[in-house]
Design a protein around this ligand. Structure first.
Ligand code: URP
Ligand code: ZN
Ligand code: ZN
Length: 488
């Protein structure tokens, strides 16, 4: 009997902290040795000339989820997770969406059912909270956190999901008290409605006008407000899918001021721009997402904010709606832009795009790639006891990247359930050719090696704020408010 079940030899390993040459050995589901001259293994994978990186964690994706307009995403937990795996991911954290009137218990049961029999990669959920009743705030959210769902998303726009400022304060106070992180879709609802109304009234209802209807200021106003409200109670927040330099700057300044705030951006804001929405007929609908694509200058600015660490998280925001009546055109063949389903697919290409345009082109280091692929996400979302690094004792979640593979993106080669990709025709250098989850090879020779339901639910720990300074507002601080303790 050999000492190890699996050994990966000759590769260059990277974690968020360092890059080095060594072999990695796996026993059971875990990494048990890293070094040279390790003992024998049942199976040896030669990774010479390749990069041995943590399996990616996709922390922002909409899978088998009813959207803000009530339609179902094109991917279920099988196709979505298979597509994620082919793109070098071993874990996904999609949303479990509460629609008004639903209990969180019912929502979580539904999503556990959807995922457990289908997902081929490990998974957790972020709850979307749209109806913060007393029960939700004081019983259901604490119970969900106890069960390992330690993050939730709230929306500052979309009529069916929006929460108001007072509800945001309620949610932040609960999150802070129980050690959860609130993710925020930050756009000013009134500005979007006002602009959309004016554009449609004046006959500007083609898909490309979607980009004008979500002004940059709508994003920065909402980010400012979210940071002010969360800062008042000193709760940790993460602003998702930031599309503008102005928004990124507000986050950077808040961090400088000691606020507990993280930032996320997505490939669409780095690789695509609004000019590309000027297409004949309804084809611009394929690029409608919120926040919208911006201009070319903005692409460069978002790259800079990724490079300088303003964004700790880089996610696909995979929100797959096909270019037909089940998705983008669910409101009819030629809807005005406000009725087009919002969202872009990207779960399979998130990491290949960053590897190719970021690491291979010298914009980020391999360690920074490993941090954005998995390490930062694991730490921020409470999974770093098991996931996110090539480290002794962690789950053996590993993606072996071959820098010599060249591909031209073609929707037909992808494994999601979509009929287009916004990245069609892009040239990519480097691809994850072998993907290993908890010691088991799940992708090899361009084939899926496991069946439905190979993934497991991963309970997450509460949010570690040790390294994040902060302070409640003086009005909430008993040392400075005549001794009033509101027991938040
Ligand atoms: O347009 C987008 N991003 N659709 C997905 C829903 C969301 O707000 O993340
Ligand atoms: Zn969003
Ligand atoms: Zn999203």
């Amino acid at each position: 009997m050999n000492e190890f079940e699996l050994k990966i030899t000759g590769g260059t390993i990277a974690t968020s902290a360092e890059t080095f040459q060594a072999d990695v050995a796996v026993r059971g589901t875990q990494i048990v040795a890293i070094g040279n001259d390790l003992g024998d293994a049942d199976r040896v994978i030669d990774a010479s000339g390749k990069y041995v990186l943590p399996g990616g964690i996709e922390a922002h994706c909409h899978i088998e989820q009813e959207s803000s307009s009530g339609i179902m995403t094109a991917d279920d937990y099988y196709s979505g997770s298979v597509s994620a795996a082919f793109g070098g991911n071993t874990c996904i954290v999609p949303f479990a969406a509460q629609h008004r009137g639903q209990t969180l218990k019912d929502v979580l049961e539904t999503y556990h059912d959807r995922a457990s029999s289908k997902s081929v990669v490990d998974y957790s959920f972020h709850l979307i909270v749209s109806d913060p009743t007393e029960d939700v705030l004081h019983k259901e959210l604490p119970k969900a956190i106890e069960d390992g769902i330690t993050s939730f998303k709230i929306y500052m726009t979309y009529d069916r999901l929006i929460v108001d400022d007072e509800q945001m304060l309620d949610i932040f106070a609960v999150a802070k008290r129980h050690g959860a992180l609130t993710m925020i879709h930050a756009e000013n609802n009134a500005m979007i409605k006002w602009m959309s109304g004016k554009l449609v009234e004046t006959g500007h209802d083609a898909p490309k006008y979607h980009a004008l209807s979500h002004p940059r200021t709508a994003e920065s106003e909402a980010i400012n407000r979210a940071i002010a409200l969360a800062g008042f109670v000193d709760a940790p927040i993460l602003i998702v899918h930031v599309s503008t330099e102005a928004g990124a700057r507000i986050i950077a300044e808040a961090r400088y001021d000691g606020r507990k705030v993280f930032g996320e951006t997505c490939p669409q804001y780095m690789f695509l721009n609004a000019e590309q929405m000027d297409l004949p007929g309804m084809h611009g609908a394929k690029l409608c997402c919120s926040p919208p694509l911006r201009d070319r200058a903005s692409q460069e600015e978002i790259w800079r904010c990724l490079q300088n660490g303003t964004f700790q998280v880089y996610s696909s925001d995979h929100a797959p709606y096909r270019f037909d009546e089940t998705g983008k055109l669910n409101a009819g063949p030629t809807p005005a832009f406000p009725k087009i389903a919002n969202g872009l697919p990207g779960i399979e290409l998130r990491l290949p795009l960053l590897f190719s345009e970021g690491f291979m082109k010298g914009r980020i280091t391999l360690s920074h790639f490993a941090a954005l692929a998995a390490g930062n996400v694991a730490a921020i979302y409470g999974m770093d006891h098991r996931k996110g690094s090539i480290t002794l004792g962690r789950d053996a979640d590993i993606a072996i990247w071959d820098p010599d593979v060249q591909r031209v993106v073609n929707a037909e080669d992808l494994h999601d359930n979509m009929d287009y990709t916004p990245y069609e025709g892009m040239k990519i250098t480097g691809w994850p050719t072998t993907v290993i989850q908890r010691g088991q090879v799940i992708i090899e020779d361009n084939e899926l090696q496991v069946g439905r339901g190979a993934g497991e639910f991963v309970p997450r720990h509460t949010i570690d704020l040790t390294a994040m300074p902060g302070r409640v507002a003086p009005e909430l601080d008993p040392a400075r408010n005549f001794g009033v303790d509101l027991d938040l």
